[in-house]
Design a protein around this ligand. Structure first.
Ligand code: AMP
Ligand code: MG
Length: 402
């Protein structure tokens, strides 16, 4: 039996690398970028007017309430216009190019406009504080060819917006694996089946598929019955089709727990079996020829859920190309006592209080089969194995599951 830290180390040393694919920007949301996205032009690409008003040359202003003769209008989306007289100006609109010969904009709120003998004259009620007011200069934010988004970045709304603005209709991302989710157990029936009093409906597969969907990863369901032959034959087929496999159940010490033997028969190298933790002690992890990663999680729903979020999600994120996430810390809101020399992952409801502290309240259920208790929680805390008393106010790693 190994420690949770050792298990983590082994898993992180066996990342998969998935191929790169090119997708339309509209489908890139939630994917991991596999290239650098550069600025195709300066940001902004021209001296951009930021207020509706008038543009003129600051150096031409005279007196406390200077006047500017308006010689035309520069609208957004029009090519740049050129001032014919240095002391005149243009009406300009937000988003338009700054007319050539001007350098400063005063908004309509700060001017009066009058028509006098065919001329439009603006009087400034207030002098601009400096030259260049209300103009966003070309290249002020970023220069052409600057790297904007690097490989290994999660593509959220802001990244998609920036990619669109530099003309990237297609982007290269990590191709997500289709994960095999394999339920084991003769007692399990599917959600839409009639069931006998001694049977239960399978739920782990649905939990895992929903959690994978949060990472834009799809899944296929399989169900193996509790026989060594059938488990071996079933797993052989599944391993042909899927590089990433998550099993639930069949890894404990029961008389019909055949998963480790079946995987051994198929040449999957066992990297560990059993971790000093509660829940989730029977957790098994192995790989075949660097082709198939097999996470055989204990079947009890709380154990499955904990092992998935604590071990599988960080492995998946790094395999997709994301950097390792920093630990999230939460402060224990109540005292907890736990005697066994195991890492303990109590279920908690963690929320930020009015003082800005992220407080985790332990909400302990009735063991690892009590998955209805998860409805009241949003994560697990990770409490070290070498202690048995954990005090209110101490901080520990928090593993979210929502
Ligand atoms: P096992 O590790 O196979 O002994 O399973 C441990 C417990 O988890 C048993 O009570 C199983 O019925 C339950 N279990 C296993 N797989 C699932 C599943 N897919 N959905 C719900 N419960 C399951
Ligand atoms: Mg079973």
């Amino acid at each position: 039996m190994i420690s949770s830290q050792e298990a983590t180390q082994i898993i992180n040393n066996h990342l998969c690398s998935f191929p790169t694919e090119t997708v339309n920007l509209a489908e890139a949301q939630g994917k991991i970028l596999q290239e650098t996205i550069q600025a195709d032009r300066d940001f902004p690409p021209f001296h951009r007017v930021t207020m509706d008003g008038i543009a003129y040359d600051f150096n031409q202003l005279q007196g406390d309430n200077p006047t500017v003769v308006i010689e035309g209008m520069q609208l957004a989306g029009e090519p740049q216009k050129i001032l014919s007289q240095p002391n005149q100006g243009f009406e300009v609109m937000t988003g338009s190019v700054l007319p050539q010969g001007t350098n400063t904009v005063t908004p309509y709120e700060d001017i009066d406009i009058q028509k006098e003998s065919g001329e439009t004259i603006a009087t400034l009620k207030k002098l601009p504080s400096e030259k260049g007011k209300n103009v966003h200069p070309q290249g002020y934010d970023r220069s052409q060819n600057d790297g904007l988004i690097s490989a290994g970045t999660y593509l959220g709304a802001t990244q998609i917006a920036v990619a669109a603005s530099v003309g990237r209709a297609k982007v290269q991302v990590t191709q997500s694996p289709n994960v095999a989710i394999v339920s084991t157990g003769d007692e399990l029936v599917d959600v839409d089946q009639q069931l006998e009093p001694y049977q239960i409906r399978q739920s782990n597969n649905y939990a895992l598929r929903a959690a994978l969907a949060n990472h834009q990863v799809s899944a296929s369901f399989y169900h193996l019955s509790d026989s060594l032959e059938k488990t071996t034959a079933g797993m052989a087929e599944i391993m042909e089709k899927h590089s990433v496999i998550i099993l639930s159940g069949g890894v404990s010490r029961g008389k019909r727990d055949y998963v480790p033997d079946a995987l051994k028969a198929l040449g999957v190298k066992k990297l560990f079996h059993r971790v000093k933790q509660r829940p989730g002690k029977p957790f098994w992890f192995g790989m075949k020829d660097n082709q198939n990663a097999v996470f055989a999680l204990p079947g009890n729903p709380v154990s499955t859920f904990m092992c998935f979020h604590r071990y599988f999600v960080p492995w998946l994120e790094q395999s997709l190309g994301l950097p390792e996430k920093p630990i999230r810390w939460a402060m224990l809101s109540n005292h907890i006592k736990f005697e066994p020399e195991l890492i303990y992952f109590p279920t908690v409801l963690a929320q930020t209080n009015n003082d800005g502290q992220f407080l985790a309240e332990p909400i302990e259920g009735h063991g690892s089969g009590d998955f209805a208790n998860l409805l009241r929680c949003n994560g697990f805390l990770e409490l070290p194995a070498d202690r048995s008393h954990f005090r209110q106010g101490e901080v520990f790693p928090f593993i979210p599951f929502t």
